[in-house]
Write a protein that binds this ligand. Structure first.
Ligand code: NAD
Length: 499
């Protein structure tokens, strides 16, 4: 049985706790590896070494740090297939989707090649008589990244690239379900020239997360995961005086206006609802057609598209649309929520509960489900299902559809499909959601913008990647300087004898 340990001081380092978590092959249900779970002492030792390594790294000029990012980006490209395979092996997503996972992380590394430009401060000449002001952006020291299972490459890269390019050392605690990609990325960073100890991958569960939150040397915590854990981490990190940005779960709605291109809307919904088995924080899980005619036209188009979806293991080839969900517990929870939808009166148009794949009967596969006539009081509407389940909530008007989204607790992403620019513009201006798509189903911003939700989808005040990331991972110091008259006025310029 393969054992995965930690990556400390530039090498794989054996865990000492004796505690392990199982890593499943989600397609077969078998345990394929075990990952060591670190103790508080192991975490504290890793932080101490990171703090020592950070001093030299912070003193390395920003352009040299950016060159490490350049080499890192080249190595990620060279190792694209290896990384994608690691993602798929532990997560279960298809290989094309896994390549996208790596690619969207790589794009943040590319932006971090421009870190020197992002780290420049401000300067004011003659802010007062003979007084100059300037600000500097300095690294925080040791920071931590705590990441979820669903993007094993992208989210660790979103954390590590800006943190390291800004001159920090990082403790990365990846999901215990999918740790191998982070271990490989740490190896590639070493090959790219990152000094040992500047990135420490410490595997583990709640014990190590709590140790991070209580460690006095750790200055900031960047978290991505479910909302209850995001809120918990934000609270404990803040109480301990740390900077924290904690991104949580989602319930993303797409409004379909009567004038929308229905075929395009249906295609977009199928991809955004069922891609990666619905295990994306930007998945669209609620379709909100405006008017019954629109709703009927949409359902009519969704049914054949959903019935044609091919569910299978990533090893079955690139025509598989989505793979299994992450664990047996996730599968049971999703099926239980579908049960609750039926009990609470929603119309189950396509039932994915009894899906079974020959040869993979013990795998964590869930077929696609489609609900119509869902209402906001139902559990399938209130809960983030995080599975291949699409709910249709019928709205009578645009205002009613908008109001539904405004009242939802989550605010990660949303989308509108319409042919009318005025409606689209009104929607983008008014909606209380962080990322908005117009005729675009999964509006994950490109890496030179920033990523972040509103309401219960994020705790903290700066987004991930882009300019916000450099603000999050640096402190501002502002200097007000005055020089009293010096040699210019009072100096002696004549060549005089020393008497
Ligand atoms: P999760 O909250 O279970 O785990 C995330 C991380 O927190 C993992 O590293 C895990 O080890 C740790 N953790 C879990 N329970 C903990 C506890 N009790 N105390 C301390 N640490 C704990 O999330 P997940 O299941 O890995 O990921 C799926 C969730 O992440 C979904 O809700 C999804 O919407 C969300 N997500 C959000 C974004 C975003 O940017 N908003 C992006 C991706 C995923």
């Amino acid at each position: 049985m393969q054992e995965i340990h930690h990556y400390i001081d530039g090498t794989e380092s054996k865990g000492t706790s004796g505690r392990f978590a199982d890593i499943y092959n989600p397609a077969t249900g078998e345990v394929q590896a075990k990952v060591a779970l670190a103790t508080k002492d192991e975490l504290d030792a890793a932080v101490e070494k990171a703090a020592a390594a950070q001093v030299g790294w912070a003193a390395t000029n920003p352009q040299r740090r950016a060159r490490v990012m350049m080499k890192f980006a080249a190595l990620i490209n060279e190792n694209m297939d290896v990384l994608a395979e690691l993602v798929s092996r532990e997560h279960g997503k298809t290989l094309p989707d896994a390549r996208g996972d790596v690619q969207r992380g790589l794009e943040v590394v590319e932006v971090c090649m421009g870190a020197p430009n992002m780290l420049k401060g401000e300067y004011m000449n003659d802010g007062g008589p003979g007084i100059d002001l300037y600000s500097m952006r300095q690294p925080l020291g040791v920071v931590a990244g705590i990441t979820p299972f669903n993007f094993p490459a992208m989210i660790p890269l979103w954390k590590m690239a800006p943190a390291l390019a800004s001159g920090n050392a990082m403790i990365l605690k990846p999901s215990e379900r999918c740790p191998s990609t982070s271990m490989k990325l740490a190896e590639l960073l070493k090959e790219a020239g990152l000094p040992d100890g500047v990135l420490q991958v410490v595997n583990g569960d709640k014990e190590v997360v709590d140790a991070i939150l209580d460690n006095e040397t750790v200055q900031a915590v960047g978290f991505v995961g479910s909302t209850p854990i995001a809120q918990y981490i934000y609270g404990r990190a803040a109480t301990n005086g740390k900077r924290a940005q904690c991104f949580g779960g989602a319930k993303n709605h797409m409004i379909i206006m009567p004038d929308a291109d229905m075929d395009k809307a249906a295609d977009a919904l199928v991809g955004a609802g069922f891609g990666a088995a619905g295990e994306r924080c930007m998945a669209i899980s609620v379709a909100v057609p405006v008017g019954d005619k629109t709703a009927d036209a949409l359902i009519e188009r969704l049914i054949p598209r959903i019935e044609a979806l091919k569910v299978g293991p990533y090893t079955a080839g690139d025509d598989v649309d989505f793979g299994p969900v992450i664990t047996a517990q996730a599968k049971a929870r999703i099926n239980g929520l579908v049960d609750s939808g039926v009990e609470q009166g929603a119309k189950l148009v396509i039932d994915g509960r009894n899906f079974s794949l020959q040869g993979y009967e013990d795998g964590f596969f869930v077929g696609p489900s489609l609900f119509d006539n869902v209402t906001p009081d139902m559990d399938i509407y209130k809960e983030e299902i995080f599975g291949p389940v699409l709910s249709q909530v019928r709205a009578k008007s645009y205002d009613e559809a908008l109001d539904l989204i405004m009242k939802n607790n989550y605010g990660n992403g949303t989308s509108i499909f319409t042919a009318d620019g005025d409606t689209a513009r009104d929607f983008a201006n008014k909606v209380n959601v962080g990322m908005v798509g117009i005729n675009f189903p999964i509006p994950v911003p490109l890496s030179y913008f920033t990523f972040g939700g509103w309401k219960k989808s994020a705790f903290g005040d700066l987004n991930q990647y882009g300019p916000d990331a450099f603000r999050f991972y640096t402190k501002t110091k502002t200097v007000t300087a005055r020089w009293f008259s010096g040699i210019k006025e009072g100096g002696e310029f004549a060549f005089k004898a020393m008497d």
